[in-house]
Ligand binder design. Structure first.
Ligand SMILES: Nc1ncnc2c1ncn2[C@@H]1O[C@H](COP(=O)(O)OP(=O)(O)OP(=O)(O)O)[C@@H](O)[C@H]1O
Length: 256
């Protein structure tokens, strides 16, 4: 069963059209969301996370239609979301904060302590679990953000630039966690790092100027870069630039 079915999605921010008729069907696996600054990745993730309302189109998540507010609440409890700028209480300890999110997600009270310890251990912060968040480094705070997203073992995980601020060792560990999460859940990761996509993603969706420019897997994107002489230092970067160029050429042709 597909976790996400989006048809004709439109998102506007005042006069800016951030997403313009997006169709997307995604299931279990790790989906890399790539695209230039301002392409619409965050706008898409915010709609999927139920924190922003679309201005048009239909969004169905875990079989629930998001236009119904009761269904939206139900979906919200079953997903995990790490925004680009994530809000937390600096005076809380890691344990208190992750437990608070578990409570918001309506996990049974008796299950919360073990769920919190499991989530914190998975992001490598077990030894800091009783430390106040304000005393942690930026990368560690990011890992607290990942822990709060996975505490309810969600079927859908949305990560908006999760590797920003992580050191190389942590990035490698986070990618391994992504691969593991993607065996049972639908994981969407917006990133500017092609290495994240090459190492952790089973599928790639490229967004450009509010539209889907390309969908495939990392190997097909790399092959596109090789066959159409994309530019870049990494094979995936060459695929990325080639796919963008092909999309822009066909969009310009359609507009003529
Ligand atoms: N709150 C807002 N008010 C006005 N315009 C906005 C707002 N949020 C986003 N936009 C515009 O919507 C478009 C899509 O932005 P979005 O943040 O979704 O892109 P993005 O792909 O996530 O970019 P980045 O890679 O820079 O994070 C951009 O043109 C942006 O300027």
């Amino acid at each position: 069963m597909s976790t996400i079915r989006v048809t004709g999605l439109r998102v506007r921010h005042r006069r800016t059209v951030a997403l313009d008729g997006v169709d997307l069907t995604l299931g279990t696996g790790v989906h890399g969301l790539l695209g230039p600054n301002g392409a619409g990745k965050t706008s898409l993730i915010r709609v999927l996370a139920t924190v922003a309302r679309p201005s048009g189109g239909r969004v169905e998540i875990l079989g629930e239609d998001l236009s119904d507010h009761r269904r939206r609440g139900e979906v919200r409890r079953r997903l995990g979301y790490l925004p680009q700028e994530f809000g937390y209480y600096p005076g809380f300890t890691v344990r208190e904060f992750v437990a608070y999110v578990a409570w918001l997600k309506e996990l049974p009270a008796a299950a919360i302590p073990a769920a919190v310890e499991r989530a914190v251990a998975r992001v490598g912060l077990a030894d800091r679990i009783d430390v106040r968040i304000r005393t942690l480094s930026g990368g560690m705070v990011r890992r607290v953000g990942i822990a709060q997203a996975i505490v309810n073992e969600p079927r859908l995980l949305l990560f908006d630039e999760p590797t920003a601020g992580l050191d190389p060792e942590q990035r490698v560990e986070f990618r391994a966690l992504l691969r593991e999460l993607g065996t049972a859940a639908t994981v969407i990761v917006s990133t500017h790092l092609v290495e994240d996509v090459a190492a952790a993603c089973t599928e790639v969706t490229l967004v450009d100027a509010g539209r889907i420019a390309y969908q495939g897997n990392p190997d097909t994107l790399i092959a596109l870069g090789e066959s159409s002489e994309g530019t870049g230092d990494h094979p995936m970067e060459r695929g990325y630039t080639a796919a963008l160029r092909a999309h822009r050429t066909s969009a310009a042709g359609a507009a003529r």
